[in-house]
Ligand binder design. Structure first.
Ligand code: CMP
Length: 221
């Protein structure tokens, strides 16, 4: 999974193991905070195993989740490419293993590797596309549509075929799912209960089984 991260683009096995050897290793339990919004950033991370939530807190204490990331995904690069404080708080929502690379090591590493720099630009561009989609959905799409979209997005990364459909072990509480969708827990729960009643999905503890993906896709449009 780690080899799929943009940081490893185009590397042969030898170069990849040299890079892996120079990276720090961090292990987190669910609930552990790696860094907080506003901290000084000096390192980016690739997820080896587990899941990280990236979130922001408003002045009155409400939380919004920007993204849930899983194996092979990279985060913490913004404060390196554009030196400044961390733009979000990163915490683990499952047992997680991370590989870290310091700012200076990254700069040295990128200097001779245009393919890696291009892959990282592509990852940033994908993130901006996704953020624009989410922004448009916040304005144009109702909460049930956003819930359907969030579940489908999680399923592309964390979904596994099961007997009944696609099991998405997202590890999110209902509160966290609501923070990801940008709506109240009550409204999100109502949408989930409605989808369950229609037989489109089955709710489980920190997981969901998507039974009728096509209907959910139509609802997400
Ligand atoms: P950094 O600002 O160093 O620390 C927080 C990280 O969260 C940031 O780098 C990005 O890697 C990640 N991040 C910030 N905003 C988003 C977003 N909208 N979508 C996905 N990841 C993000």
């Amino acid at each position: 999974m780690v080899r799929n991260a943009p940081l490893f683009a185009g590397l042969d096995d030898e170069a990849a193991s040299a890079l892996l050897g120079s990276m720090s290793r961090t292990r987190l339990e669910r609930g552990d905070v790696l860094f907080r919004e506003g901290d000084q950033g000096d390192r980016l991370y690739v997820i080896g195993e587990g899941k990280i939530k990236l979130g922001r807190t408003s002045k009155d204490g409400r939380e919004n989740l920007l993204a849930i990331q899983g194996p092979g995904e990279l985060f913490g690069e913004l404060s390196l490419f554009d030196p400044g404080p961390r733009t979000a708080t990163a915490s683990a929502i499952a047992e997680t293993q991370l590989l870290g690379l310091g700012h200076e090591d990254l700069n040295d590493y990128l200097a001779g590797r245009p393919a890696v720099a291009t892959a990282m630009l592509a990852a940033l561009a994908r993130r901006l596309r996704r953020t624009n989609d989410i922004l448009a959905d916040l304005v144009f799409t109702d909460v049930p549509g956003r819930v359907a979209k969030a579940l489908l997005d999680l399923s592309t990364r964390f979904g596994r075929r099961s007997e009944d459909g696609v099991l998405v072990a997202h590890d999110l509480t209902q509160e966290e799912l609501a923070q990801l969708v940008g709506a109240s827990r009550e409204t999100v729960n109502k949408a989930l209960a409605d989808f369950a009643t229609r037989g489109w999905l089955k709710l489980e503890a920190r997981a969901v089984t998507l039974i009728d993906v096509e209907r959910l896709q139509r609802r997400a449009r």
